[in-house]
Design a protein around this ligand. Structure first.
Ligand SMILES: [Zn+2]
Length: 744
């Protein structure tokens, strides 16, 4: 785990307060491992035991890192630890970095230089892409296993599993992507460069850094580096080692500080001795604590979140506490800024804390009227408020008309706890009392409300003695009735809905009835306004009643024709209408041809009650009369209709027959009879045609005779024909009929 978020609760014994809720990101935990120790001196050259200078250098590195971060030594004395114990120590401590400090040695005194070692091969945390190098050849890595207490690397040689002692074989990572391997490699490069800057050569590789399967770097789970800090077997290196320990520790520590950016101060706590909220003028101790490699200084601010105003509480100093006594209530943000002493930055880090400061408030224990809601207007209501507070308080009384939203001040701040309230307008009210301490400049510190209904008259009845509609000039009694706690008065209006005109019928009085005689026809709205006597309101309640006033209309007493339907075309028909009315009326006559839907005006408005109707087209008709009073502008006031049929009635032969049935013998006398109808007298002409010879013979010329005696003397097939026409006609005939006859 690289980051640890922890909640620290510090108890500061010297001021004995609780610091509230600070979150700190812990700095890195570093394990430094001085190599060898106890019975294992490491390399010994020129009376220098490696175990001793490893511990000396490790302690110097720890001293340099301590102000910035947490450092633990695997040993702080001359004691022996196995390699396994050293790696396990760092793993159990959950360290972020393991640093093993050694010094090199060689049989040849010419060997010199520093080196840093890390392991890309970490069997504990990643083992999926390793390979091995052994005797100059590359093989697939299989696993690491202990045999008889010794660690062996098992690898695959053409499918055969082989093993080699871990000291004689190196495992590499094809893709060292794991973050702790990357950290290890980068830090090993940085440290090698840093030590080389002191004049050391780089050993083993050109960078001084080597991927190596050393036990402690291979078996730690975090970034891990082993440093060989020069050869004690080389006099040049040994001289540097003995004379530059401080600088070497500084170089190594600074590499770590820079790599992990440990240089900024960290605010580990920021809190107050009293929990928010507090009252104004309360003294609150605010405490901050920061850690850094250098002495730090603190600057304290407050921001009033309500106004956005920033105030400096204390400029930079080494004081970690301030006494804060805010005199204004509000929401605050307290801010501490921290920087290292001598820093030119305005701050390096900061932390903030929210705090609420409250005003002391009077408590309103009572706010009520002496009479229960609802009450009527002009009723005097005593409203009483009572507040408790450590200091004397004052009261201010308001009313809010909830119907209109209007606020009215009843009484300004005073020590009076009572007011007499006499509302003159009915409605829904909210009474409000504001309370504050005497001398306070805030509009109010506490308030309480009380809802009150000032009642209105209730109109229970508004009606007329005659049902709508009525005729003009009819007297209609309109009656209203209202209930109220107080005597009421009534005002009556009419609104002509057709014109929008309002007319006062009767002003306010105690009369509940009016006699209403409208002289103009139309649609009306009658309105009654009701209020309590003594109120200044135009009205407190109202009710409406819709009413229709009509004009008297003519009555059509008869509408008829002198001849009953049907009649032939061109027949003269007298049509007459009769209407009764108190005033003279006029008549207008129409015909509608029901077969075609066509309307035709027969005669426009006049006082004529009769018309002569002479239809020249056969058909089904509707006759219509419109009637109105003379001077009326309406199209008509009443109307009536008659249905009428007009026939053609043309000449037609209704029968043509013989008194004896065909066939008959020759010389038999046969009576032949024809019959025609027409509106005019007709005449008949009789023929015979011998169908066998085609010969036509006139039997009898035109006359009014309808019969002939026919006595054929020649056998044959005959056709008898009658021609008919109106007397006086010059046509050859207007109609004819044929009868076939056989003479044997
Ligand atoms: Zn060593």
């Amino acid at each position: 785990m690289k980051y640890k978020k922890i909640i620290i609760t510090y108890l500061f014994a010297f001021i004995s307060f609780l610091v509230i809720g600070i979150q700190v990101e812990a700095s890195k935990r570093i394990v430094i491992d001085p190599g060898h120790g106890g019975w294992d001196p490491g390399a010994v050259n020129y009376n220098v035991q490696e175990k001793d200078i490893n511990l000396e250098l490790s302690r110097l590195i720890k001293d340099r890192l301590d102000p910035f971060t947490e450092v633990i030594l695997t040993r702080n004395g001359d004691e022996y630890l196995s390699l396994e114990e050293r790696a396990d120590f760092a793993n159990v401590k959950n360290a972020d970095l393991f640093l093993s400090i050694h010094h090199d040695s060689n049989y040849y005194s010419s060997a010199q230089g520093i080196s840093t070692h890390f392991s890309s091969y970490r069997a504990n945390i990643q083992s999926d892409d390793y390979y091995v190098k052994y005797n100059g050849k590359t093989y697939d890595y299989l696993y690491e296993k202990k045999v008889n207490g010794e660690s062996y690397i098992f690898y695959s040689d053409n499918g055969k599993t082989k093993k080699a002692h871990v000291n004689n074989i190196i495992v590499y990572d094809k893709k060292p992507f794991h973050s702790v391997v990357q950290e290890s490699q980068q830090l090993s490069l940085d440290i090698a460069d840093a030590l080389a800057s002191l004049g050391f050569k780089k050993r083993y590789t050109s960078s001084g850094s080597k991927d190596h399967n050393l036990y402690v770097t291979r078996h730690t789970n975090m970034a891990s580096i082993l440093i060989e800090n020069g050869f004690t077997s080389n006099l040049e290196d040994l001289f540097k080692i003995k004379n530059n320990q401080e600088q070497m520790a500084l170089k190594i520590a600074n590499s770590i500080i820079n790599y992990y950016k440990l240089g900024t101060p960290v605010i580990t706590s920021f809190g107050a001795d009293k929990t928010s909220p507090q009252r104004v003028d309360e003294r609150i101790i605010v405490n901050a604590k920061a850690t850094s490699g250098e002495p730090v200084e603190y600057k304290f601010w407050q921001e009033n979140v309500d106004t956005g105003e920033w105030t400096l509480l204390q400029n930079y100093s080494s004081d970690t506490n301030i006494g804060w006594e805010p005199s204004v209530a509000g929401n605050y943000k307290l801010v501490v800024q921290v920087r290292e002493q001598g820093s030119t930055k305005s701050y390096q880090t900061y932390k903030s804390l929210h705090y609420v400061i409250e005003d002391p408030k009077p408590t309103i224990t009572k706010f009520e009227g002496d009479k229960a809601s609802p009450q009527s207007i002009n009723e005097r209501i005593i409203v009483n408020a009572k507040a408790t507070n450590e200091n004397p308080v004052e009261y201010k009384f308001w009313q809010k008309n909830l119907d209109t939203g209007e606020w009215t001040l009843i009484q300004n701040y005073s020590t009076d706890t009572n007011i007499g309230w006499e509302p003159t307008i009915a409605g829904n009210y909210q009474l409000v009392v504001h309370v504050r301490e005497q001398g306070s400049t805030t509009p109010y510190q506490s308030y309480k409300t009380l809802n009150y209904v000032i009642s209105k008259p209730n109109i229970t009845e508004f009606e007329a003695d005659k049902a709508s509609p009525q005729l003009i000039n009819e007297r209609i009694i309109v009656n209203a009735k209202a209930t109220s706690n107080n005597p009421v008065e009534y005002k009556f209006w009419q609104e002509n809905l057709d014109t929008g005109e309002w007319t006062l019928i009767q002003n306010y009085s105690t009369d509940t009835n009016i006699g209403w005689e409208p002289s103009v026809a139309g649609n009306y709205k009658l309105v009654v306004h009701v209020r309590e006597q003594g109120t200044t309101e135009p009205y407190q309640s109202y009710k409406t009643l819709n009413y229709v006033i009509e004009k008297p209309k003519p009555v059509i007493s008869s509408f008829k024709a002198d001849k009953a339907s049907p009649q032939p075309v061109n027949e003269r028909i007298m049509v007459s209408a009769q209407a009764t009315d108190s005033n003279p009326v006029e008549y207008k006559f129409w015909q509608e041809n029901l077969d075609t839907g066509e309307w035709t005006l027969i005669q426009n408005y006049s006082s004529d009650t009769n018309i002569e109707w002479n239809p020249s087209v056969a058909g089904n008709y509707k006759l219509v009369v419109h009637v109105r009073e003379q001077g009326s502008t309406e199209p008509y006031q009443v109307y009536s209709t008659i249905s009428y049929t007009v026939d053609n009635l043309e000449l037609s032969i209704t029968s043509f027959e013989a008194d004896k049935a065909s066939p008959q013998p020759v010389n038999e006398r046969i009576i032949v009879n024809a019959k025609a109808t027409s509106k005019n007298p007709v005449e008949y002409k009789f023929w015979q045609k011998n169908i066998d010879t085609g010969e036509w013979i006139l039997i009898q010329n035109y006359s009014s005779d309808t019969n002939i005696g026919w006595k054929p003397s020649v056998a044959g097939n005959y056709k008898l024909v009658v021609h008919v026409r109106e007397q006086g006609s010059t046509n050859a005939y207007q109609a004819y009929e044929v009868l076939t006859y056989k003479i044997n």
